[in-house]
Design a protein around this ligand. Structure first.
Ligand SMILES: [Zn+2]
Length: 76
């Protein structure tokens, strides 16, 4: 690995794949637009994780309560 010339480091924009220089002000994104798109993806991911509706344990618990309650209420 010969690193004689100190060229600017190039990375690919995570959003669109365009080459971006490390000195770019929007690095590692090629533009402010791509940065915002990537942030939007993260926000959507957080939304999914914080949603309790898809938790199988919660659904099971709700089903068990409903079944047990209807049985017990006929005890009179
Ligand atoms: Zn981009």
């Amino acid at each position: 690995m010969a690193t004689k010339k100190k060229s600017a480091k190039l990375l690919r924009c995570p959003t669109c794949g365009a080459l971006v220089q490390q000195k770019d002000e929007d690095f590692p994104f090629c533009s402010d637009r791509c940065r915002k798109i990537d942030l939007g993806k993260w926000a959507m991911g957080v939304y999914k994780i914080s949603s309790p509706v898809l938790d199988p344990e919660v659904l099971e618990d709700l089903g068990g309560l409903a079944g047990g309650h209807s049985k017990g209420s006929r005890d009179e």
